[in-house]
Every structure is written in structure tokens, then in C-alpha cells.
Design a protein around this ligand. Structure first.
Ligand code: ADP
Ligand code: ADP
Length: 230
């Protein structure tokens, strides 16, 4: 399939509250989509459904051609194929940068230590952190931690990368070092869905901008049209 993600009439409730109200969207492989919209509009919930972190209540989701089912095995399979980067990095604080990046490939993919280690070294070099590999997360800046988080997600060789406000928790001077890494990843052909308030990134890097409001998609346009002066 030329689509990395297909959502059909997806609904998600928290109790009686409808957080996703009939989302039908298709995402082409190799494209970058930015998701914008006010706080509480459902952006994070939407991303989390794509990674099986939130079960849906109606509709269907296909990731990389596989239908997401409501069971643990399906969620595990999907998470091997979908990398996610969170606002607050979510690194393991008691593990070195190296082990943060090698852990999942060894435990979930059965990769040998040597291979996992050389993969980690390559990815950390790619995000500009080759010299930080034996540090611990607490010894790094926020921007460096987020770049480790990106390397950690990439170590699983995902077909899709999800970013949930990846620069929102960073000091302003560290935002661009993370956006540069994301831009390079986009240019490498990765399929990406990015929840962000960084309109410069959306305008310059994305292929498509989706705006959500009250659990619905209210705008879905290429950035040129989305950002066209009224
Ligand atoms: P956004 O990412 O756009 O800020 P969210 O997806 O985080 O929006 O939240 C959408 C709505 O769903 C908000 O009103 C939020 O309070 C609610 N919500 C999110 N997660 C939960 C949850 N686990 N339980 C109940 N309500 C939730
Ligand atoms: P985000 O910054 O992504 O919008 P929030 O800070 O709103 O996330 O929510 C943080 C966590 O709390 C999430 O795991 C979300 O599912 C949960 N949550 C958000 N809103 C509610 C709510 N109204 N009731 C219960 N849990 C919530």
C-alpha cells in the first residue's frame, strides 16, 4: 500500500467525552504531516491511538498495511513498527545513553549486542551525540536528551515516526537543534506525523498541515495553502 496509515471513522471516548469524533485520514508513505490546533482538541489522543497507546471505540486503523486490533499482541507488533517521541523525552534515567538506545532492539527485536551497539553508535552520530554515548540522561541538556530519544526510536527501524510536541518542553535555544534533526529525518524519506506549535517547521518541512478542533479535522491542506495570507 502507498499509505503508511489509514484511519476510517475513528472515534475515541473518555467516559462520555468524545475526544476523537469520526477521524478518517490517509497518510502517504514518505510524507511529513504536521498536526496543529488548540490545547484539548485531540491531537495527542490521535497520535496515541496510532501507537496503540489508546484503544479506539469505533472505526479502524491500519498501520503499514496491518489492522490494529484490540489486544496486547497487536499493540506490541504495531509499536515495533512505529517510533514515538514525547514532549518530555521519557528516557530511562538510570541507563546510559548507549543502553537507552540498545535496550529495545536487543529485547524486542532480538538483535545481538554487538549489532545493537553499532546501530546505536551510528544513530547517535547521526543526531550529533557520538561523544555523549556513555553519559546518563541527567547529564545532558534537554535538546540533547530529545535527540537521544529520536535515536532510540530510530533504533527499532520504524516505518513511521510520531512526534508529540517534541520541542515544547525545551528551552528556546535548544529548539532548533531538535528541529534540524527532524528535518534531516524528513529529507531521508521517513514517514512522520508531528504534533507541534512550530509553524516555521510546518511551513518549511511538512507536506501537509492538519488542524484539529473539538476532536475533528477542520483543515487539511498543503502548507503553501495553509499559510497563505488571507
Ligand atoms: P491535545 O493534544 O490537542 O491538547 P488531548 O488529546 O491531550 O488534546 O486531549 C483531548 C481531550 O481529551 C482533552 O479535553 C483532554 O482533557 C481529554 N483527555 C485526554 N486524555 C484523557 C484521559 N486519559 N482521560 C480523560 N480525558 C482525557
Ligand atoms: P498533552 O500535553 O499531550 O495534551 P495532557 O497534559 O493533557 O497531555 O495529559 C497528560 C496525561 O494525562 C495524558 O496521559 C492524558 O491521557 C491524561 N489526561 C489528560 N486529560 C485528562 C483528563 N481530563 N482526565 C484524565 N486524564 C487526562
Amino acid at each position: 500500500s502507498s499509505h503508511i496509515v489509514i484511519c476510517q471513522e475513528v472515534k475515541k471516548y473518555y467516559g462520555n467525552f468524545c475526544a476523537l469524533n469520526d477521524i478518517s485520514l490517509e497518510f502517504k508513505r514518505g510524507t511529513v504531516t504536521c498536526v496543529v490546533g488548540p490545547s484539548g482538541s485531540g491531537k495527542s489522543t490521535f497520535l496515541r491511538t496510532l501507537n496503540a497507546l489508546e484503544p479506539i471505540d469505533a472505526g479502524e486503523i491500519f498501520i503499514d498495511g496491518i489492522r490494529l486490533e484490540h489486544n496486547a499482541a497487536s499493540a506490541r507488533a504495531i509499536r515495533k513498527d512505529v517510533g514515538m517521541v514525547f514532549q518530555n523525552f521519557n528516557l530511562f534515567p538510570h541507563l546510559s545513553v548507549r543502553t537507552n538506545v540498545t535496550l529495545a532492539p536487543v529485547s524486542a527485536l532480538g538483535l545481538g549486542r554487538k549489532e545493537a551497539n553499532s546501530r546505536a553508535e551510528q544513530l547517535l552520530a547521526r543526531v550529533g551525540l557520538a561523544d555523549q554515548i556513555d553519559k546518563y540522561p541527567g547529564q545532558l541538556s534537554g535538546g540533547q536528551q530529545q535527540r537521544v530519544a529520536i535515536a532510540r526510536a530510530l533504533a527499532m527501524e520504524p516505518a513511521l515516526m510520531l512526534f508529540d510536541e517534541p520541542t515544547s518542553a525545551l528551552d528556546p535555544e535548544m529548539v532548533s537543534e531538535v528541529l534540524v534533526v527532524m528535518k534531516e529525518l524528513a529529507e531521508s524519506g521517513m514517514s512522520m506525523i508531528v504534533v507541534t506549535h512550530e509553524m516555521g517547521f510546518a511551513r518549511e518541512v511538512s507536506d501537509r498541515v492538519i488542524m484539529m478542533n473539538d476532536g475533528q479535522v477542520v483543515v487539511d491542506l498543503p502548507p503553501k495553502e495553509f499559510f497563505k495570507p488571507a
